[in-house]
Design a protein around this ligand. Structure first.
Ligand code: 6R9
Length: 655
């Protein structure tokens, strides 16, 4: 093997200068980790003390995984908007920059918003919400572009105790309607249009279609592009009209630590997306602490997380984590390749970004365009790089490290989930050496365990030991989701029943002899397309809604840029013929039903799906065929019609 080829097991030493912020060295990490598991209440009481509490908690942890009941800081009272905004103004930091807005087009004006301005704008927005009739406990759907008003809308909800449910701006009207109905949300906050790569996204028009299915009491609309939109009398309000003359003084509602803060829908292996519920106190402490230690926060630095606020990464590391730390967070409305492939690097240079947090899919796409785009810009402001959303392949890791980080700065590969609220497994920049492709070590308080399919513990939880299995977490942590909105039973079923008494992540994982964790990907029917989680069942339901489709089975397959692509096996109703037109129509159909991120990469028409005699679709076989891996199809003799397999292979080879 050539010397410059990095293998999975290569170790990249952390740079010696890394620890200047939280000063967390390896010895500190070890001592803090040990304390966090030996004396969790003492440890988390100390972390929580960095926040302002209306009433400090006296009870720190109170949880059980069997039966499932999770509480943290349960007698504490606080407001996360106060902690993210007002606290810093009160401390005399009102003139620090809270948000930098970089628009879609590099020629459009940048906006910077100080903490004092954020306080004023959020308070005014909160009063405007109240004027509309929104009250504590109400669910507010936020369907916004990546503009500061999106973050402000979340904070304004938190300020008055309303529960936000942010729906990603790339989702379809049907997806909005489903989420509005599920959480019985009476209110939608949106904008006229969004902008991505110079294309406008008809947000308000999508909301109008959604409201035909799922009527709401009120829609609040921000003017962003100035594009034409229809306004429905009584229901729809322009923000600039409704907020006119509204007071910009709005007290923060005192919230119990266990009052819900937000709902965020995420895909699972079955059924429609689940509304994962996070509560106030634990989530506040978890995002404050993880941001502080993982990104080694240093005052005055510019932090850029490229996620959308519609995903949990945007919630935790654009809004709540950075702002609770008094950091400067950059919000970018655009895309990595508009107007050219150097957009990310140009923005880093322009705003002197210190910490850059993105997804492997973006790195792979930019890597493909070559080094010249990176080399055009001065990236010397960077101190730390981060990766999130999917496993990063060592080749992309190395490119990120060498081309973007000039081989001189650490990368944190952060494994976590919507359900975990914040980062769970990662290296810490001043403490750990890095292994390209490995997320690293458990964060404070996190006890991972690897189990086999029967739930037998592999190696040992405390001493660790090299092994590979299904990743569970044995103890609760403050940022853990508390329930699925309106369906606690589904919460229990999904996460605590496969391996009773443990939280099951749905991920496969290997632990090496140094105790580093290597996530191998989902072990359930969830696929990860460009870092976006998608249930194959959702795409299947969308396909079978089409009048000409009889049955569909959807699997993931390796995709160079997206990580995984969407491969759909489709059987048509009797008398229907497969054609290029139908392929195009079905792709369009799925886009319309779910959103562009769910667009099928391959549609494979087949007269029938391979099933067991009891009628269960053999997904294992379909996965192997989609992966072009015909040698290891395993036992096909249990199929009702084994001869189908040859036809499927032939169909795969022909595309
Ligand atoms: C934060 C987020 C969660 C799933 C998770 C896993 C995958 C996330 C990863 C990673 C390997 C990492 N995942 N980060 N896999 N290495 N650093 O992405 O949340 O959208 O809920 O997805 O993403 O499979 O289970 P979410």
């Amino acid at each position: 093997m050539a010397a410059d080829v990095m293998t999975h097991e290569d170790v990249v030493a952390r740079p010696a200068t890394a620890a200047q912020g939280t000063n967390c060295t390896l010895a500190d990490y070890q001592a803090m980790y040990a304390r966090s598991v030996d004396d969790p209440d003492g440890f988390w009481a100390e972390q929580a003390a960095r926040l302002d509490w209306v009433k400090a908690p006296t009870k720190i942890s109170g949880w059980s995984f069997d039966p499932v009941d999770i509480k943290w800081f349960e007698d504490g009272v606080l407001n996360i908007c106060h902690n993210a905004v007002d606290r810093h103004v009160d401390a005399g930091h009102g003139d620090r920059t809270a948000l930098i807005f970089e628009p879609d087009s590099p020629d459009s004006p940048v906006r910077t918003i100080t903490y004092a301005e954020l306080q004023r704008d959020v308070a005014k927005m909160a009063n405007t919400f109240k004027k509309l009739g929104i009250a504590k406990g109400d669910r507010v759907t936020i369907y916004m572009p990546m503009i500061p008003e999106g973050a402000m809308a979340m904070l304004a909800c938190a300020r008055i105790g309303a529960i936000h449910s942010v729906v990603f701006g790339g989702f379809s009207p049907d997806a909005i309607a489903g989420r509005v109905e599920d959480c019985e949300s009476d209110w939608i906050v949106t904008a006229d249009e969004g902008l991505r790569g110079s294309k406008s996204i008809p947000l308000k028009a999508n909301v109008d279609i959604a409201c035909e299915k799922a009527p709401v009491k009120g829609v609040l609309v921000f003017r962003h592009t100035g594009g034409d939109v229809a306004m429905t009398e009584e229901r729809d309000h322009w923000y600039h009209d409704l907020s006119d003359g509204v007071d910009s003084d709005c007290p923060c509602e005192p919230m119990n630590a266990e009052d819900p803060l937000f709902i965020l829908y995420t895909s699972g292996s079955t059924g429609k997306p689940k509304g994962v519920v996070h509560t106030t106190g634990g989530y506040a402490v978890w995002t404050e602490t993880t941001f502080r230690y993982v990104f080694d926060y240093r005052p005055g630095e510019v932090f850029w997380c490229t996620a959308d606020i519609g995903w949990v990464t945007g919630h935790s590391y654009i809004v709540y984590g950075p702002l609770q730390n008094g950091a400067t967070a950059l919000m970018f409305e655009g895309v990595p390749n508009y107007p050219d492939h150097d957009r990310f690097w140009q923005v880093i240079d322009k705003h002197k970004v210190n910490v850059f947090y993105t997804a492997p899919t973006a790195i792979r796409a930019l890597m493909r365009e070559g080094e010249s785009y990176v080399q055009k810009h001065d990236l010397s402001s960077l101190r730390l790089l981060g990766s999130v959303g999917e496993p990063i392949n060592p080749e992309a890791w190395r490119w990120y490290h060498e081309q973007v980080g000039k081989g001189a700065i650490p990368i944190v590969d952060t494994w976590w989930q919507t359900e975990t609220g914040g980062i769970m497994i990662t290296t810490l920049p001043g403490a750990h050496d890095m292994k390209p492709g490995s997320a690293g070590k458990p964060f404070f308080g996190i006890c991972p365990q690897l189990v086999d399919n029967d739930g037998e513990v592999l190696a040992d939880e405390t001493i660790g030991g090299a092994t590979e299995g299904n990743l569970c977490i044995t103890r609760s942590w403050p940022g853990q989701a508390r329930t699925v909105y309106g369906d606690h039973e589904r919460f229990i079923q999904t996460y605590f029943t496969t391996y009773r008494g443990k939280y099951f992540t749905g991920d496969g994982c290997r632990r090496d002899e140094d105790g580093y964790y290597w996530i191998t990907g989902r072990v359930d029917d969830v696929i990860n397309v460009s870092g976006h989680r998608m249930g194959t069942a959702e795409v299947e339901s969308a396909l079978v809604l089409h009048a000409r489709v009889s049955e569909a089975a959807v699997v993931g397959y390796p995709h160079d840029i997206k990580g995984q692509g969407i491969y759909c096996y489709v059987t048509l109703n009797a008398g229907e013929e497969a054609s290029d037109e139908l392929t195009a129509e079905l792709r369009q159909w799925v886009r319309k039903e779910i959103g562009p991120i769910a667009t099928p990469d391959h549609l494979h028409f087949t007269p029938a799906l391979p099933k067991t005699r009891s009628g269960k679709i053999m997904r294992r076989i379909l996965r192997k065929i989609a992966e072009n891996d015909y040698g290891s199809l395993g036992d096909t003799s249990t199929l009702a019609d084994p001869s189908l397999v040859d036809g499927l292979i032939e169909g795969r080879m022909n595309r």
